[in-house]
Design a protein around this ligand. Sequence first.
Ligand SMILES: Cc1ncc(COP(=O)(O)O)c(C=O)c1O
Length: 430
Amino acid sequence: MKFYNLKENDEQVSFAGAVKQGLGKNQGLFFPKEIPSFDNIDALLAMPLVERSVKVLQPFVSEDLNEKQLTDIVTAAFNFPAQIQPISADRAILELFHGPTLAFKDFGARFMAKCLQKFSKNKKITILTATSGDTGAAVAHAFHGIDNIRVVIMYPKGKISLLQEKMFTTLGGNIETIAIDGDFDDCQALVKKSFDDEELKNTIGLNSANSINISRLLAQICYYFEAVAQLSRQKGKSELNDIVFSIPSGNFGNLTAGLFAKAMGLPIKRFIAATNANDTVPRYLETGEWSPNTTVATISNAMDVSNPNNWPRVEHMLKSGIVAQDCVSSVSIDEEQTQITMIQLAKLGYISEPHAAVAYKALQYGTQEGEFGVFLGTAHPAKFKDIVENTLGQPIGLPKELADCASETTLSIDMDADFSLLREYLLAKK
Ligand SMILES: Cc1ncc(COP(=O)(O)O)c(C=O)c1O
């Protein structure tokens, strides 16, 4: 299958091309030419995660990877579970934080790293990525120690949690980290500018591991299938038509993957894109006007994005009829509601963190009688230890992955949000 550039439609590349290039000409996002669909979803749902994921991904990648190669990649990448945990009679959480960096991004980053390693054939590559929190750790761990791949990660200085920062700034080796004096949108803009600079791009073999890279999103499709498979076992197939997913959204990669899954025939009724105060999308869906405000810092900091880079993919799916317009709604949840919701969830016996709480609250606004709401648990609560403990007034333990890096030294350098400084840095160490 080919992937085409949503801005420059004539640019068409295979999966390997899209993975290596990251972003197309004129900053266009790659999008699959066809969305595969499956006749027998029940048979797919009956399979184990890895076997099913190979079937789901195969049509997208078959030009570049045979079934054995894809199976090897998926087996190595998805070596941890995605788990549905019931919360109440009509609510469940899909826990996506059981990977090495305790965040949903482990699925996409590990799949991408294994694909890129296969496709780069020992050519030198620089992965330049911006993180609002968890991408950094997932990408750093997925690529750490891979020969010929240099990873440069930028993040907004002082705007991510200390533990999040420790998880990717302490590795060293082929992982370089830069604390940018600005917000996440500034970091993202620096990545985009770098991609616009042909000379820089070619000299250092630039690639991005942000969710603009289609491989990450394709990997994420697989856990929607896994969620529905687990629900069909728990609830029975007849109950499957009323599932509503609520997705804590920042760059809207997770929503994009969910829409792919629906377009492929997975029985999902609709999606709620839950945002924090950075509410460009809910306002856009209500008024039709795209008018990003200045990004504001919130306790669900990984969603502090006011110009989400995957929105063009979502918009394309809605406008071209790949999915129905009414299958996406969006709601903004404020800080107070987020914290009250964390307390409510704790009373139900579930310790959550701000991102999941935003999504749970959105279900309370957005579901109707008879619908079953699944919200995504995108990060382990311990990654937001301070805010969780302050909100709930009780201590929470650190899982081993976090305890191990908490005492390590941060190796980041500081930099102003200035493209010429970044360019100089990237070229100096090429
Ligand atoms: C914990 C957490 N939740 C939600 C999101 C938002 O996901 P997306 O960018 O796919 O919308 C992120 C992204 O960084 C995240 O780290």
